[in-house]
Design a protein around this ligand. Structure first.
Ligand SMILES: [Zn+2]
Length: 425
C-alpha cells in the first residue's frame, strides 16, 4: 500500500512541468516519420539511462514479425528499434504492467497549410506545436513524467512497469507485434493515443471494400449505343449510404455517442476515363465499420446484399453483376470489460486526480487491436484532441499533458493498491 496522496503527486508533476514540456518540445523537433524513428529513439533511451533505469533497444530486423507480409511492407528494419525502458528496475519473474506508445509520426504532405515549421516543437499560447505533439509524443511524455513523479515520491510498485515505445504504428503495427514477442505476458497494457483524457475501452473495427461496375463504352456523339456506368455507380453509392445510416441507427453504444459508431464512408469514386467516351468502368471504395462483437462475415454479407439488391433492379447489372473486393483484413474491433484491472486503474487514476469518470469508445484503429487479439487486457488513454492528429498545425495543450501525467501516476498507484500477486508463466 502506497501512502502517497494524490495532492503530493499533483505537486510533483507541476514541479517538473517545465522539464516535461521542454522534453516534449525536443522530441517533437525530431522528425520521426514512420521509417525514421531512429531520429528520436536516443532521446527516449536517455530518459531511462540518465536515471539509471534499464532500457533496451529491440531492432525490428531481429523480430519474427519482420518476415511477415506486414514486415515486408516496412523499410529500414536494421535501423529501426522499439525502445523498452523500465521504471526503476526490472525484476525477472515479476509481472509487468506495460505502457505502450508509438514514436513514429505521419509525414507532412501539406506544408503550405502550416503556420510554422511542422517540426518546430514551439511552446507558445499554452501549447506545444508540431507534427507528433498530440499523436502521440504528448502521451509518451506524460507517461514518462508520471514515472518520474512516482520515483520522486519514493513509490515502490509490486509489479514492474515497462514503457514500450514502438515503431511503425502509423503503417502496419509491426512495432507492437515485435514488442509482444519480447513481452507476451502482461498484467495489462495502456496504449497511449489522444483520447482527451478519456479511458477508452471499446473500439469498432473496419473493413475496406471496393465495388466495381462494368458498362459498355461508346462515342459520346452516339451515347445511346453505350451502357453508362455513371448512374449505376451513383445508385450503389446511395444504397451504401442508406446502409450506413441504417447501421448507425441500429448499432449504438453509449460509450460512442457519435453520429455513427460504425461509420460507412466512401473515400473514392471513379467513373470513366475519357471525356469523349461513355464510361464503361466505375468503382467506389471505402470503409465499413464493424461493431465490437459483430461477426465480420455478417458485415460482409450485409454490404454484398445491399449491392446485389441494387443490381437486381437494373437490367444491365442483373446480367453484369458488380464485383465486390475486400481489400485487406481491415482492423479488428475490440472491447475490454470495465471490471478489468487496466480499466479500473485508469478510472481510479482520474478520480484520484479529482476528475470524474470518463469511459468512452472510439471508431479509429490503433495498436490496441493487435494487443487485445493477443489476449492482452488493454485500454487506450492519452492527452489531447484526436481532431489535431494527422492535421496541419498539430498541437497539444500543455495543461492536458500535465493532467495526463497526473492521471497516469495515480492510476499506477491505484493499480498497486488493488494488486493481488499472480504467478505469470
Ligand atoms: Zn497515434
Amino acid at each position: 500500500m502506497n501512502v502517497i496522496d494524490a495532492q503530493s503527486i499533483a505537486g510533483l508533476v507541476s514541479d517538473s512541468a517545465n522539464a516535461m514540456l521542454d522534453f516534449l518540445s525536443r522530441t517533437v523537433s525530431r522528425p520521426s516519420v514512420t521509417g525514421h524513428e531512429d531520429t528520436v529513439a536516443d532521446l527516449y533511451a536517455e530518459f531511462f539511462t540518465s536515471r539509471g533505469w534499464p532500457v533496451q533497444m529491440h531492432r525490428l530486423a531481429e523480430s519474427k514479425i519482420v518476415h511477415s507480409d506486414r514486415g515486408n511492407a516496412e523499410t529500414r528494419v536494421d535501423e529501426r528499434a522499439n525502445v523498452v525502458g523500465y521504471y526503476q528496475r526490472r525484476r525477472p519473474g515479476t509481472p509487468v504492467v506495460v505502457i505502450n506508445g508509438h514514436i513514429d509520426v505521419v509525414p507532412v504532405l501539406d506544408h503550405d497549410q502550416w503556420s510554422r515549421d511542422p517540426f518546430s516543437g514551439a511552446r507558445t499560447d499554452g501549447a506545444v506545436h508540431g507534427r507528433g505533439s498530440v499523436d502521440t509524443k504528448g502521451g509518451i511524455t506524460a507517461a514518462l513524467w508520471a514515472l518520474h513523479a512516482l520515483d520522486q515520491a519514493g513509490v515502490k510498485l509490486p509489479f514492474d512497469v515497462a514503457v514500450e515505445l514502438v515503431v511503425g504504428e502509423e503503417t502496419t503495427g509491426v512495432g507492437t507485434s515485435a514488442a509482444l514477442e519480447h513481452l507476451p505476458t502482461r498484467l495489462g497494457t495502456i496504449v497511449l493515443e489522444p483520447t482527451a483524457g478519456a479511458v477508452v475501452t471499446v473500439a469498432s473495427g473496419l473493413l475496406f471494400f471496393t465495388v466495381e461496375v462494368t458498362g459498355r463504352a461508346a462515342h459520346t456523339s452516339v451515347p445511346w449505343h453505350g451502357v453508362d456506368v455513371g448512374p449505376k455507380v451513383i445508385e450503389i453509392y446511395r444504397a451504401l449510404q442508406s446502409l450506413g445510416e441504417e447501421r448507425a441507427a441500429r448499432l449504438t453504444d453509449p460509450r460512442m455517442p457519435f453520429p455513427s459508431a460504425v461509420p460507412l464512408a466512401i473515400g473514392t469514386v471513379d467513373i470513366g476515363g475519357w471525356r469523349a467516351a461513355v464510361p464503361a468502368r466505375g468503382s467506389l471504395s471505402g470503409r465499413i465499420g464493424v461493431m465490437a462483437g459483430e461477426k465480420v462475415s455478417d458485415v460482409r454479407h450485409a454490404l454484398a446484399t445491399c449491392v446485389q439488391h441494387v443490381a437486381t433492379t437494373d437490367d444491365w447489372m442483373r446480367d453484369h453483376p458488380p464485383i465486390i473486393r475486400w481489400d485487406n483484413e481491415g482492423l479488428r474491433s475490440w472491447e475490454t470489460p470495465e471490471s478489468d484491472p487496466v480499466v479500473r486503474a485508469l478510472d481510479q487514476g482520474r478520480r484520484r486526480a479529482g476528475l470524474t469518470s470518463k469511459i468512452e469508445g472510439m471508431t479509429a484503429g490503433c495498436d490496441a487491436g493487435i494487443l487485445t487479439a493477443a489476449g492482452v487486457s488493454t485500454a487506450v488513454f492519452g492527452p489531447g484532441d484526436m481532431r489535431f492528429a494527422h492535421s496541419p498545425d498539430e498541437r497539444i495543450a500543455e495543461h492536458d499533458v500535465l493532467e495526463a501525467a497526473n492521471i497516469l501516476a495515480n492510476a499506477l498507484i491505484a493499480w498497486a493498491d488493488h494488486y493481488q500477486p499472480v504467478s505469470m508463466s
